[in-house]
Structures are given as structure tokens and as C-alpha cells.
Write a protein that binds this ligand. Structure first.
Ligand SMILES: Cc1ncc(COP(=O)(O)O)c(C=O)c1O
Length: 381
């Protein structure tokens, strides 16, 4: 197989699905897969029948998700959407795709109501519970002056004022976690929501507790299930959750090849046939990814770098047992989420291929665009 290539291992994906299955068994929570993490049709087809539905963030994602669901005979599976970027012109098509929308602000809700396409009883609000569990503000929807969701205090005020537009609200949504294996931050948020909204909350039909959950063991899944179960018992609400990375992150790896090697200022540098254009989050968040072949105590230290023109397109310093040579293959681990969707053709490099690995081997349509797709992107019809 040529590199660079993303390989999705369905056995790893199944392990994660089983953990969320345990959360469901204990609590009755309905799991929606958040396709923004990785919307490849091959994966959606496989995940679709194993979850309750999909969570989407735009009209395109909604269309893709609905197409796959219909193709799989799962047309009754729900689609949920929330976005600060919702446009009035998207409302009619979203309605025809039967998408439930959680409005990101009261202003967004009122503007959409004004357009006259909302269905009574299907309205939902995204709230900001105002409790941070994420130290890095770049990932934190509860950061100060957050653009994501209605602050709980503002919703309380709207309830007290009996604001007309919230009368038809049937559900609530929040998304406040990132890669969180622990159930305690959720418990605290649910407690705060219950205290703030009181009886008003009990009149709703459902609450969507967002994504960012990452149980890695049965005991973590059970702890999460117990917190959700207890909230469900107290409120009687239907509960949904929408993990993305927690399902597909560990299932995806990127195979890459060393295409050049030289020494600068006494350090060995190895250039890979990938980089910021395929793994933008490595640069965005300055997080060195895990490399399968690296060995923390190995005698050979190498600076692994990406192949784009950006001086800071670096993976980091790694140690290996043997010297790294041109032609060596390296495997970048746990990059199944938010890589391919954020990838670009920066410098004119093509997208990597994507293949799916199951018990019987590799399958999947090639996703590399080729020169035809590249020239089309830049206006050469
Ligand atoms: C509203 C919403 N739901 C779900 C998710 C999925 O989160 P994760 O991939 O961390 O599980 C996100 C991620 O940004 C989100 O914004």
C-alpha cells in the first residue's frame, strides 16, 4: 500500500462501541455518533446500525448522514444538529431531512422562528452550563465570553420572564467535555443544570449531553453510565449523547514513509510524506502524536518533520532503537478523529488514502483526489 494512508481498524472501533454500549445498558442513554470527527461513508455505513443516530453540524453533514441512513434502511434514525453557523437558508432543507436543531443562542432561535419554518415541539436549545473541565481554552466551550450555547443564567432569566419563544422548547443540549474519561465533571454539570432550571427542566422531553466522552475501560464506562442513570431517574428525561473522537479516535492510524534524512545543528531530521496538511491538529495544538515504532529509551534521537513549506511543520523529537533511514515506514497512532476532515491540499499535496481494516482484510474506496480533483478545486474545469 502506498503511503500516506489512514487505516481504520474496525476491531478497535468495536471495542469503543462496546464501551458506549455498556453506558447505554446501564443508563438507557441513546448514542448518536458525531460525524464531524470522521464522516467517511465506509465508517458511517458500519457505525449507523450500531448507534441510535448521528449528530451533525451543517447542512452538508446532515445530507451525507441522511443519505447513508437511507441507504442502510435506517431512515427513521434521528439526526441532531447544533451550530453557531446555522443560516436561514439552511432551515427548509434541514427540515426536509428531519433534523432536530438545538439553537445556539436565543437570538438565533428568534431569527429562525421569524423565518416561519420551525416545527412546534421540535425546538431545542444549546446551553452553556458554565463549568469548565478543560484547562486549554481553545477546546473549552465554557470559556469566558464563549460563543457556544446560552449561558444558564440567561435561560433562567428567559424562563422567569416567560419569554414566548422558549414555550415550544422540547429539549436541551450542551457540549462541555473534551477527551474526558472521568464521569465526575458530567455529574457536576448535571447537578448545576438541575439546580438552575428546577421544575422547568422536568417539563422537557429530552436532554443531549454532547460529546467529549472517552471511557477507556469497562469501569470508566460503568461510572459514566451510573451518573447518567441517576440523572435520568431523577428527571425522567430521555438522554442522548454524541461522542465523536471517543468512538473513532483510537481506531485510526496514519501510515507514512520517511522521504529524506539530513543533519542540522547536530540533530538528525527525518522528513515524512505527511505533515500539517494531513494532521493539522498536531500544529494547531502543538501536540506530538504517538508513533508506534518509537521507543522512549532508544539510542537514536530523530526530529520527525512534515513535508510542507511551513518551518514549524514538526511532529517532534522521538527516540528509536535503530537509526531511521529513507524508505522506513512509521505509524502515527490515535489520529482517527479530526484529521481527515481538517486536512487540506496545502502545497498541492494530495489527501492521503483511507482504507478500512476488518477481520477479512482491507477495503474501502480510495479517497485520494488525484490531479483531476486538484485542478477542479482551483478552477480548471
Ligand atoms: C456539539 C458537539 N457535539 C459533539 C462533539 C464531538 O465531540 P468529541 O469528538 O470530542 O467526542 C463536538 C465536538 O466538537 C461538538 O462540538
Amino acid at each position: 500500500m502506498e503511503t500516506p494512508v489512514f487505516i481504520y481498524d474496525l476491531r478497535r472501533l468495536k471495542e469503543r462501541l462496546d464501551l458506549f454500549g455498556e453506558v447505554h445498558r446501564i443508563s438507557g442513554v441513546k448514542v448518536l455518533y458525531s460525524i464531524k470527527a470522521q464522516p467517511h461513508a465506509g465508517l458511517l455505513r458500519w457505525i449507523g446500525p450500531k448507534v441510535r443516530g448521528f449528530s451533525v453540524s451543517s447542512l452538508f453533514e446532515a445530507r451525507l448522514a441522511r443519505e447513508v441512513l437511507i441507504e442502510r434502511g435506517l431512515q427513521d434514525h434521528p439526526l441532531h444538529l447544533t451550530s453557531p453557523g446555522l443560516k436561514l437558508r439552511d432551515l427548509e432543507p434541514l427540515k426536509s431531512l428531519d433534523v432536530t436543531i438545538s439553537y445556539n443562542s436565543l437570538e438565533q432561535l428568534q431569527r429562525c422562528e421569524g423565518a416561519g419554518v420551525l416545527e412546534g415541539g421540535k425546538t431545542s436549545l444549546r446551553i452553556n452550563p458554565g463549568l469548565s473541565s478543560i484547562p486549554d481554552p481553545r477546546y473549552d466551550p465554557c470559556r469566558p465570553r464563549s460563543k457556544l450555547g446560552i449561558p444558564l443564567e440567561d435561560l433562567q432569566e428567559a424562563i422567569n420572564m416567560n419569554l414566548k419563544s422558549i414555550n415550544g422548547v422540547a429539549g436541551l443540549h450542551f457540549h462541555s467535555h473534551y477527551d474526558q474519561p472521568d464521569a465526575e465533571p458530567l455529574r457536576q454539570i448535571l447537578e448545576r443544570i438541575e439546580k438552575s432550571l428546577g421544575v422547568w427542566l422536568l417539563n422537557l422531553q429530552w436532554i443531549n449531553i454532547g460529546g467529549g466522552y472517552a471511557p477507556r475501560s469497562l469501569s470508566e464506562a460503568q461510572a459514566l453510565g451510573a451518573v447518567i442513570h441517576s440523572f435520568r431517574e431523577k428527571t425522567g428525561l430521555e438522554i442522548l449523547m454524541e461522542p465523536g473522537k471517543g468512538l473513532v479516535g483510537a481506531a485510526g492510524r496514519l501510515e507514512t514513509t520517511v522521504i529524506d534524512r539530513f543533519t542540522r545543528d547536530g540533530k538528525t531530521i527525518a522528513v515524512l510524506d505527511t505533515g500539517v496538511h494531513h494532521l493539522p491538529e498536531v500544529f494547531e495544538y502543538q501536540r506530538p502524536p504517538r508513533i508506534e515504532e518509537a521507543s522512549p529509551k532508544g539510542p537514536h534521537e530523530v526530529l520527525l518533520v512534515g513535508s510542507s513549506c511551513l518551518a514549524g511543520d514538526l511532529f517532534g523529537l522521538y527516540r528509536f532503537e535503530a537509526p531511521i533511514k529513507v524508505g522506513d515506514r512509521l505509524t502515527i497512532l490515535d489520529v482517527g478523529a479530526y484529521a481527515m476532515v481538517k486536512a487540506s491540499r496545502f502545497n498541492g499535496f494530495d489527501f492521503p488514502d483511507l482504507v478500512i481494516l476488518d477481520e477479512e482484510g482491507l477495503f474501502g474506496p480510495p479517497s485520494r483526489g488525484g490531479y483531476e480533483a486538484y485542478r477542479g478545486q482551483w478552477g480548471l474545469e
